[in-house]
Design a protein around this ligand. Structure first.
Ligand code: ARG
Length: 467
């Protein structure tokens, strides 16, 4: 065998790998990120092999000590990653053999890089999902507390971005929280399918050694071993599922971002974001830009891209493992990092949102936002809804001309449009009356918002207890 062929599989080769091909096919520059998981997987594998008698206890101990030392070398930045050794798996195994000699070569008994990498990615995803979940909970908690604080703060509610009806700011924030509650469920659901162990599937068909996959699964904290070896080494649907969770989450964060950007503008003037979440302009001294929400909005695009990459990567692949799957890592890593950072940014920022209550209130007052309330009032007094709609339409037209909101008109002015209108109309024409009247589960009344915040708090802590 030529010296230059790969020592792990060079036996049947008569010429060394082309230097470009070696670089082209290598993944170590990015998959070295899986080293902690690769080492954990190898320690569990060696432990299991010793338990079933394939390795001696001494061999197991030498392997485990060697791997722990390598972990230290990697953490201290002393590890020498080699591109000719292709990937994280062969780099670590080669170093192990360098350190402990021939016993290092026994580690790969009964496994393949195919089940090894599938296991590493699943361990990695599980670790990252747990970190992401912490940030997601923190963000949800921040939203619930903000909503509770602002249960009575009135703002305009919009449809078509036109003032529609008054709502409470707390209610608006709880709408965001609901989106995240569903994202949270999706994440936990995804985790169930991630947490299944491929190790033991070997290259594709299983192995002839008397392995005990339940032992390895338990050592690694997996719920169970995978059922089918061909499927185990090939499918990356769990990664697609994660990026689809991530895409939906980022879509939600982009909607929130868009609103934050609008609300901080001078035109809306609904909120202030503390300076620490904003940046200035190098040319316009007066500017304070909402960069954090803008960036989150922008990063949504790359996560959608990763979902498309992975879907397309997996499409039409025949069973079982194909080298295509090496391309799963970079999109996945970037999706994980992006989601974690965006959630962290939001979790830090949301509790610091400062509503400009007077300005929100004024905006709600200006937009005839209680027009529906006036129509409902007339209907309660026996007017048919269509006629009520017409009467209110005329009142609004008058208000536009006289520059008066409905609640600013006198009773006589209102009576021009309908005799049915009495003094009690002013109870429904005020913004406070309007929001308080939407007093049912899911409605915007302040007491409903407080009750909804309490239910959300309980749902979140029940989830924590269950996790
Ligand atoms: N670096 C490879 C990957 O990421 C590891 C598995 C390689 N398996 C193989 N038979 N070449 O997928």
């Amino acid at each position: 065998m030529s010296q230059a062929t790969n020592q792990s599989w060079g036996g049947r080769f008569s010429e060394p790998t082309d230097a470009f091909v070696a670089r082209f096919t290598a993944s170590v520059n990015f998959d070295q990120r899986l080293a902690p998981q690769d080492i954990r997987g190898s320690i569990a594998h060696a432990t299991m092999l010793a338990r079933v008698g394939v390795l001696t206890d001494d061999e197991r101990d030498a392997i485990i000590n060697g791997l722990n030392e390598i972990q230290g070398e990697i953490e201290r930045g002393e590890f020498n990653w080699s591109v000719p050794l292709e990937d994280v798996h062969m780099n670590i195994e080669a170093r192990l053999t360098e350190k402990i000699g021939i016993t290092g070569k026994k580690l790969h008994t009964g496994r393949s890089r195919n089940d090894q990498v599938a296991t590493d990615i699943r361990l990695f995803m599980r670790d990252e999902i747990d970190v992401i979940e912490v940030e997601l909970k923190r963000l949800r908690e921040g939203m619930i507390e903000l909503a509770d604080r602002e249960a009575e703060t009135i703002m305009p509610g919009f449809t078509h971005l036109q003032t529609a009806q008054p709502v409470t700011f707390g209610h608006h924030i709880l709408a965001w929280q609901e989106m995240l509650a569903r994202d949270h469920e999706r994440l936990l659901d995804c985790r169930k399918r991630v947490n299944v162990m491929p190790l033991g599937a070997a290259a594709l068909a299983g192995t002839t050694y008397p392995i005990d996959r339940h032992v390895t699964a338990e050592l690694l904290g997996f719920d169970r071993p995978t059922e089918n070896s061909l499927d185990a080494v090939s499918d990356r649907d769990f990664a697609i599922e994660f990026t689809s969770f991530a895409s939906i989450l980022l879509m939600h964060l982009s909607r929130m971002s868009e609103e934050l950007v609008l609300w901080t503008s001078a035109q809306f003037n609904f909120i202030d974001l503390p300076d620490r979440f904003c940046t200035g302009s190098s040319i316009m001294p007066q500017k304070k830009n909402p960069d954090v929400p803008e960036l989150v909005r922008g990063k949504t695009g790359r996560v959608y891209g990763h979902l498309m990459s992975l879907l397309t990567l997996m499409k039409s692949q025949p069973l079982a493992y194909n080298k295509d799957n090496q391309e799963d890592k970079e999109p996945l890593f970037d999706a994980v990092d992006t989601v974690r950072d965006c959630l962290k940014a939001f979790a830090d920022m949301v509790p610091a949102i400062e509503p400009k209550k007077a300005s929100m209130y004024e905006a709600a007052r200006r937009g005839f936002s209680t027009a529906t309330d006036l129509a409902d009032y007339l209907v309660r007094k026996g007017v048919a809804f269509r006629d009520a709609h017409e009467i209110v339409g005329q009142s609004v037209a008058y208000g536009l001309k006289s520059e008066k909101d409905l609640s600013e008109m006198s009773l006589d002015e209102l009576k021009q449009f309908s005799d049915t209108i009495e003094q009690d109309v002013f109870e429904v024409l005020t913004l406070e009356g309007s929001v308080a009247a939407r007093n049912h589960i899911g409605g915007t009344a302040p007491n409903q918002v407080r009750a909804a915040a309490q239910r959300a708090r309980e749902a979140l802590s029940a989830l924590k207890a269950g996790a």
